[in-house]
Ligand binder design. Structure first.
Ligand SMILES: C[S@@+](CC[C@H](N)C(=O)[O-])C[C@H]1O[C@@H](n2cnc3c(N)ncnc32)[C@H](O)[C@@H]1O
Length: 208
């Protein structure tokens, strides 16, 4: 586990890493969210804002959250440059401690991982609780470790089914649209590439 505080750890990453954004949404977010009718979206762990900007440009009204004030500043600049700032509200939360108000038609969390000891399953369960009736929950997470990852070599990630089980959702309240692992070619910070696998948990809440 990293010894710096979580906000310091993530601020250092965004302060010292590439500050520009890729300008592209996550592959799996774009694939799974594109067919949905836009409404209110909540993004957890928005980093430099590429997913939030994409959702906003698709017509969603977005609340985007991160623990890192540096990331949020970069994300706000990104949204302004893409002229979608009026469709995104950025909020700083340590999701272990606080959570945005409201219910959303889409709640999405991509690679919401951290080297700190934190109640990730509880945060993901809280994300599910924020989904409005008939709304969707999309969680994309590492299924395997990329060679450039900060996670220690040999780290084994849970399967999508494991993550879902740890969230302890009421099974009959949700339709399981996709609980799977998908392979892709990933690009690292130095431009290096590797084949990795991502878990996808894509659910729709019932109307109850
Ligand atoms: C691995 S990055 C993923 C970023 C982005 N969603 C993506 O798909 O590339 C994890 C993000 O979650 C944020 N994060 C980590 N722990 C958090 C916490 N406790 N509360 C809120 N955000 C957190 C980090 O600052 C970081 O931006």
């Amino acid at each position: 586990m990293d010894n710096s505080s979580p906000d310091q750890f993530w601020n250092d990453i965004y302060q010292n890493g590439a500050r520009g954004s890729s300008g592209k949404p996550g592959l799996l977010l774009a694939q799974f969210a594109a067919p949905l009718r836009p409404g209110r979206a909540l993004e957890l762990g928005c980093a430099k804002g590429d997913d939030a900007v994409w959702l906003a440009s698709e017509g969603w009204q977005v609340t985007a959250v991160d623990i890192s004030s540096v990331a949020l500043e970069l994300a706000a600049g990104n949204a302004a440059r893409k002229r979608v700032a009026d469709r995104i509200v950025f909020e700083r939360h340590d999701l272990s401690l606080s959570f945005p108000e409201g219910r959303f038609d889409l709640v999405t969390a991509s690679f919401l991982h951290s080297p700190h000891d934190w109640p990730r399953s509880d945060v993901l369960a809280r994300a599910a609780a924020a989904v409005a009736p008939m709304g969707h929950l999309l969680i994309v997470e590492h299924g395997t470790r990329a060679p450039w990852s900060w996670s220690p070599e040999g780290t084994r990630f849970p399967t999508a089914e494991d993550t879902l089980a740890e969230m302890r959702l009421q099974p009959d309240a949700w339709q399981r649209l996709c609980i799977c692992r998908i392979a892709r070619e990933a690009r690292g910070p130095e431009g290096q590439t590797a084949r990795v696998e991502d878990n996808v948990i894509f659910l729709q809440r019932g109307d109850g």
